[in-house]
Write a protein that binds this ligand. Structure first.
Ligand code: SF4
Length: 434
């Protein structure tokens, strides 16, 4: 009975790499170390419906076909399209992302990741101001003040605090939780906030005000701060600034509560400046709490290959990038795309109504292991192996550390990488008129 140690959990951006998996008769029968979310990923493939076969929509119904027929139908859609949107690619391997970028270039498409609706503003902020960061190992070993701002790891990244942050014990943080100060800043008292030493409740959309006030105090201009900031009494903001200045090592983990609230990328931009200010007094870093397990990897691969982390438009024959214009939702709301590939993501469930309404009007190719609301509007559905379980590959953790995901069991499904390679070959054949 094979017992596979140090498997990587391919669910959230924590990418826990200490999972032990027991396999019997090509089935996962035991999972050790994973949290409830990770556990559901490993057993989910047994308990949830899969897309069992490639399908093409005929007379309004999806009918089973071979991989070859589905690839051919998808390639025809791409070749006949003048403006394809390729979206998702964050719950798959970097190798598949690389091929997806190649396909986008080959077809003059726009390719965007799920960061479009989560940490995209973080990427913009990092481009403008930088993002002083560290590995999660450094946080574990050194950070004595940890802030969770606009995120709720108890539910979204359940092992994060135990493995890497507040509750972990490291080389210079051997007392674990007792030796660290945990602060939560949020608009409501989340389950993470209930574990904090200091919970600071702010008014909705006021993150930028609080960051700016903290910067003023850290830089010695307390006098310009009003008596209340973001709904928080000045005395409490001063106390927080002093805690940060007097720490040995501060890490601010921030989530979509920061990136998707009012001021968007300016929140991350200002936070980056706060981190720089704090580094005049102590060591401080910031890390985005990335959701999809390889959304960081998409940004890395896209940046190596095109110079840009997301929202890349190849229609000019070279990569062009202007989020707000070339983002997946921007295009769909303007009703520009005349075809779409949605891979390893569920635009049908997560995009605004107007965007989904346009998707429903155009040919959609879906590549995914599981059926989801996007399947309902797809014209070609291509099932894929689950990366990290049925296929190996590379992914980047939220701190941009790359990890190799193992193949744990055999599968009848093609990998995302193989599917996209086949699509590229078929598109080239059709373009040549072969
Ligand atoms: Fe998987 Fe995330 Fe849970 Fe770790 S914290 S086991 S990566 S779901």
């Amino acid at each position: 009975m094979p017992v596979i140690k140090d498997a990587v959990c391919s669910l959230c951006g924590s990418l826990c790499d200490d999972i032990t998996v027991t396999v019997e008769d090509n089935k996962i029968t035991k999972i050790e170390n994973a949290c409830i979310l990770g556990h559901s990923k490993f057993v989910g493939m047994l308990e949830h419906d899969r897309i069992e076969t490639p399908m093409i929509r005929k007379d309004g119904e999806l009918v089973p076909v071979s991989y070859e027929e589905a690839i051919e139908a998808a390639a025809k859609i791409l070749v006949n399209s003048k403006r394809t949107l390729s979206y998702g690619w964050c719950s798959t391997s970097c190798e598949a992302v690389s091929k997806a970028i190649q396909l986008a270039e080959e077809t003059g498409s726009v390719i965007d990741s799920t960061a479009n609706v989560c940490h995209g503003p973080t990427a913009l902020a990092a481009q403008e101001k930088g993002a002083p960061s560290a590995s999660l190992g450094e946080i574990k070993n050194r950070a004595d003040v940890i802030i969770f701002w606009g995120c709720n790891p108890v539910h979204a990244h359940p092992r994060h605090m135990v493995r890497y942050s507040s509750f972990s014990k490291g080389l210079f943080t051997e007392k674990g939780r007792k030796g660290r100060k945990m602060i939560v800043i949020d608009v409501r008292k989340t389950d993470t906030a209930k574990l904090a030493d200091n919970y600071i409740e702010i008014e909705q959309g006021s993150d930028l005000l609080l960051v700016t006030a903290l910067r003023s105090i850290v830089n010695g201009h307390e006098d310009v701060v009003p008596e209340t900031v973001a709904g928080v009494p000045k005395a409490k903001v001063v106390e927080l600034a002093e805690t940060l200045k007097n720490a040995k090592f501060v890490c601010i983990f921030f989530g979509m509560g920061v990136t998707q609230s009012r001021s968007k990328y300016k929140n991350g931009d200002a936070m980056s400046s706060l981190i720089s200010d704090l580094n005049q007094h102590t060591k401080a870093v910031m890390i985005g709490m990335r959701g999809h397990y390889n959304v960081t990897g998409f940004g890395q691969v896209a940046t190596w290959e095109t110079g840009f982390p997301m929202a890349i438009d190849f229609s000019r024959g070279y990569p062009y990038y202007n989020p707000g214009e070339t983002g997946a939702n921007d295009l769909l709301v303007r009703e520009e795309p005349d075809a779409a590939i949605i891979a390893a993501a569920d635009a049908g469930a997560h995009f605004p109504q107007k965007a989904v309404r346009h998707l429903a009007k155009i040919p959609v190719i879906q590549i995914d292991p599981y059926p989801n609301p996007t399947t309902e509007i797809a014209d070609v559905v291509i099932p894929a192996a689950i990366v990290g379980i049925e296929a190996e590959g590379t992914a980047y953790r939220m701190d941009a550390i790359s990890l190799r995901m193992k193949k744990l069991i055999e599968s009848k499904f093609k990998t995302d990488e193989e599917i996209v390679k086949d699509l590229i070959t078929k598109v080239r054949e059709l373009k040549r008129g072969a």
